[in-house]
Design a protein around this ligand. Sequence first.
Ligand code: SD4
Length: 322
Amino acid sequence: MLNRRRFISLSALAGWIPSALQSAPTSNENPESAPGYPLVISTWRQLKANEAAIAVLKKGGSALDAVEAGVRIPEADTNDTSVGYGGLPDRDGRVTLDACIMDEKGNAGSVTFLEHIMHPISVARAVMEKTPHVMLSGEGALQFALAQGFKKENLLTPHAQKKWQEWLKTAQYKPIINIERHDTIGMLAIDSRGNLSGACTTSGLAFKMHGRVGDSPIIGAGLFVDNEIGAAVATGLGEAVMKTCGAFLVVELMRQGRTPQEACLEAARRITGKQNYKDFQVGYLAINKKGEHGAYSIQPDFNYTLYQNERNRVIESASFVK
Ligand code: SD4
């Protein structure tokens, strides 16, 4: 099973040739802690998203503007079947999106179960900045987005529709995260002023029940930012992350003195200690105020993309299952 998982993950990587040429994966068994601002870090292989974020930071932009610009890249990319446009639909054939964003002041915005809007992260930011609320959901989130001038679009691509129709033949739902290529993007950034922000956006689990919401738009589960301490994002099976308040836990562990790496490892152990983790993946990424980072996943084959000290590269995460 693990061999197959590795194989599928590697063949998936082959589809990204132009960016892949820029940087070969390196190993995170001994995660480096080279501090340096600005910094951008993303779950999975997201070289282009990091580049978009870093372009904002290099012009003196804020970490908040950077993470929004960064995650908009996979949101609009039809080759990314786990985020935004081109995302695989739920079991009723509908693309429903979850996203959240958090800034250095502790402000947060989120949308869940949102249909027809290509950039849910920008709607989440509008919720944060233009409403007294943190989260809008479903039809209400859509109405808000339309009132804000976002365009209503069909996000179900022919490729995603075909995958859904194939899935309907058996209609068996078994989330095995790496195999399904769930490349939800969670992105964290530190700008030149040393301020932290984060964003997370996803179409969630493929062929999920209609109405299912994962961890990604939940502040404290999929994402948490505390500008005094650090920030964390999660990817993988949202149910496992939500039950352990994953991203908040990682930040709180850093507050108690753990390094980002130690904090990610401990948060993953909270899951492996209580849940039957054999068939699912969860990966955590974290940074602290000093610009150190860490990553840890339950299963192998979790990787992330780090831009720091003028280098943008993909790094393999350490994992609980070897
Ligand atoms: C979810 N956490 O909806 C997301 C899925 C994911 O990489 O992260 N996939 O549960």
